[in-house]
Design a protein around this ligand. Structure first.
Ligand code: MG
Length: 297
């Protein structure tokens, strides 16, 4: 068997541009452009388009229109449009807007959790508990995010054992999938190898996703490590948009176009049309000329 033959034959690309990408843009993107962007990404064949976030509108003004966006997006059959939810209030708003998939986010670093949501890791789980119960009752699918799964912008290297612990708590809540996020993109293949070696000792790889940023150009190398471990769900953002408003110096997410170029080059099926993704980005740039300026990707 060759190296490539040992890798997964199919990968699910989770597009996070409309949420993780746009939340970091200073210039408010008009709602029509957001809706069109989400629809164009879905049209390109992306199976999951994380569309917005029901966080406090005062904390993230860019996404204050979350409910309106979700009401307007024309859903493609078979495509999922998860939204981020920080607490019960956010969940109620998401449910009222017709959302059927949500993502909860916590961190593996106390310093980051405090800076990001002004709560300890334990407090984020206290907020999630009623949301998880309500989500299950409503048949809403649950994804968990572990931010700063490799390094924290405030406290430095993160202990992979903490990532394992937090991941376990997210599965205990009922998450169908947990995405491990290298929030500031300082993760090296060595660090990712060490992390996955530990994480996959505890959890089924089918339920783990990876979320990389391309700070030092190592995102694709990190994806290769993940693929070699059998991971088959990767997050990315069209145009390499985004970063994190609460993570100083976080540059863009791994660009969907780059991820697809790698996966296509490995002969791994994604069902996504790269030209369609590029077209979605071109349209967004036409609508919002300053979008993504200042990002490396
Ligand atoms: Mg990100």
């Amino acid at each position: 068997m060759t190296f490539i033959e040992r890798l997964p034959r199919h990968v699910t690309v989770v597009e996070v541009g409309p949420r993780d990408g746009l939340q970091n843009e200073a210039e408010i993107v008009p709602i029509e452009a957001k809706v069109r962007f989400i629809e164009a990404l879905a049209d390109a064949g992306l199976p999951v388009v994380e569309s917005t976030s029901f966080v406090n509108p005062k904390a993230v003004p860019q996404l204050a229109d979350a409910a309106e966006v979700m009401k307007r997006v024309e859903r493609r059959p078979g495509t999922r449009y998860p939204v981020l939810v920080p607490n019960e209030r956010g969940f109620e708003r998401a449910l009222a807007a017709g959302c059927d998939a949500i993502a909860l986010f916590t961190a593996a670093s106390e310093a980051f959790s405090q800076a990001n949501v002004r709560a300890s890791i334990d407090e984020t789980f206290a907020r999630f508990a009623p949301v998880a119960v309500a989500a299950r009752a409503a048949g809403v699918s649950l994804r968990g995010y572990v931010s700063t799964a490799v390094d924290c912008p405030y406290s430095g290297p993160v202990d992979p054992n903490v990532v394992v612990e937090v991941t376990g708590r997210l599965f205990d809540l009922g998450c169908d999938e947990v995405s491990l996020a290298d929030t500031i993109g300082t993760g090296t293949p060595q660090a990712v190898d060490r992390l996955l070696n530990l994480v996959l000792h505890e959890f089924d790889g089918d339920k783990i996703a990876l979320h990389f940023h391309d700070t030092h150009g190592l995102a694709l190398a990190n994806v290769m490590i993940g693929l070699d471990y059998g991971i088959s769900v990767f997050d990315s953002a069209a145009g390499g948009l985004g970063g994190c408003p609460f993570a100083p110096g976080a540059p863009g997410n791994l660009a969907t176009e780059k991820l697809l170029a790698l996966l296509d080059g490995l002969g791994i099926e994604t069902g996504v049309n790269r030209t369609g993704v590029a077209q979605a980005m071109t349209e967004l740039r036409q609508a919002v000329p300053g979008i993504g300026a200042g990002h490396l990707t």
